[in-house]
Design a protein around this ligand. Structure first.
Ligand SMILES: *Cc1c(COP(=O)(O)O)cnc(C)c1O
Length: 401
């Protein structure tokens, strides 16, 4: 397989025309179908990152293509002075699949960060003279806009952009820290159930249930960021369902429309009464094109049994990874089709690069972790090809050391 050289003309164009916010892209992709994508040189890759947990149905799925095409040809955008059938359908569907039920409300926007910005404003609306603090977890990730960034528990990401919006305190993900931090001065606790960007790191057993208990007792909003874990990826519609709890609010984005940009904040019960008319909004948010696509993707996830598939295939992938005989593999984390591989040495980028050369897309969220987040539609073939190519990648890195 040929490797794209530094002389590739697209690299120069990228380098001169794109903002210097990201590193140089790894490949120049031109097409996708099912769980595979192809680059400009005709190389094929099994996509087990799915645009970072976004392409729930894989690439160019007929349901996605038809939903976008049909709605674009019917009514794409109208402004928030008007409602549309797909918008109401999606709000009602989210009330059902989040478990929020009666009393649920949805706010629509265009990305994960924006969903968390709405959650941040929700937290401010639960504030008073005495109740001011917003708690979030060290090493958590909630997005790059200023409010979402202030919630993000990675100082290196925040520091160049300080001062941050005031009031956010980060705590450790331990029962002790939780017990010490939650009282009547706290407005909200914002957390991921599995820290995706931190390398797919699980919360301690019982942490979420304890958080629910304490926040309920003290009138604190429990806001769960399911932007990466939600929409079936962990083997439940939303990962808090594994713990049998309901939050006061959930933020959703990434996988909900299979690649069409959309985000949502869904509130439960009393949290649904906090916003009043005119306090928040977005021009594109909740337009019929985005919401129709989300409806179609969610309908397909439901009718094709993809939440169940995520649970079953997740177990299979875990077994495949554990069967690889490499001294570099330390542990397997995560749930369903959000999997982290903890390495014994800081060579995650080398393994991810070797995987790419072997025709497999995964990523390295940090020096010693790999992230695997394939489309929810993977079957026997994809599991087998994944095993072969990941084994090849580990063999290449083991051999080079
Ligand atoms: C990706 C992600 C975000 C940010 O979403 P964007 O759409 O990139 O703004 C926020 N929280 C979590 C947990 C994420 O994984």
């Amino acid at each position: 397989m040929s490797v794209t050289g530094t002389e590739s003309p697209w690299k120069g164009r990228f380098d001169t025309s794109l903002m210097r916010t990201m590193g140089m892209p790894l490949r120049y992709l031109v097409r996708g179908e099912g769980c595979y994508v192809w680059d400009d040189e005709g190389n094929e890759y099994l996509d087990f990152l799915a645009g970072i947990a976004v392409n729930s149905l894989g690439h160019a799925h007929p349901v996605f293509v038809e939903a976008v095409s049909k709605q674009a040809a019917t009514l794409a955008h109208v402004s928030n002075y008007f409602s549309t059938p797909p918008q109401l359908e999606l709000a009602e569907r989210l009330a059902r699949i989040t478990g929020a039920g009666e009393g649920a409300r949805a706010y629509f926007c265009n990305s994960g960060a924006e969903a968390n910005e709405a959650a941040f404003k929700l937290a401010r609306l639960n504030s008073s003279e005495r109740r001011r603090t917003i708690l979030a977890l060290h090493n958590g990730f909630h997005g790059r806009t200023m409010g979402a960034l202030s919630l993000t528990g990675k100082p290196a990401m925040r520091e160049p952009f300080e001062p941050m919006p005031a009031g956010v305190v980060h705590i450790d993900s331990t029962m002790e820290a939780l017990d010490a931090a939650i009282d009547d001065t706290v407005a909200a606790l914002v957390l991921e159930t599995i820290k995706g960007e931190a390398g797919v790191v699980d919360l301690p057993d019982g942490f979420l249930r304890r958080a629910r208990e304490l926040t309920a007792r003290h009138g604190v909003l429990l806001i769960v960021d399911e932007i990466q874990t939600g929409v079936g990826r962990t083997g439940e519609w939303f990962s808090y369902m594994h713990d049998g709890i309901l939050p006061d609010a959930v933020t959703i984005a990434k996988g909900i429309a299979g690649g069409f940009p959309i985000g949502a904040l869904v509130t439960f019960g009393w949290a649904s009464e906090l916003f009043s008319r005119g306090q928040h909004g977005s021009t594109f948010g909740g337009n019929p094109l985005a919401t129709a696509t989300a409806n179609a993707v969610l309908t397909e996830i439901e009718s094709a049994g993809l939440v169940q598939n995520a649970a079953v295939r997740g177990t299979e992938l875990r077994a495949v990874i554990e069967s690889i005989d490499s001294p570099l593999i330390h542990e397997v984390r995560g749930q369903g089709l959000l999997i982290g591989v903890g390495l014994t040495e800081p060579v995650a980028q080398a393994v991810s690069d070797a995987a790419l050369d072997a025709g497999l897309i995964i990523n390295a969220p940090n020096d010693s972790s790999l992230r695997i987040a394939p489309p929810l539609v993977i079957g026997d073939d994809e599991v087998r090809v994944f095993g072969n190519r990941l084994r090849q990648a580990f063999a290449a890195v083991d051999g080079a050391r």
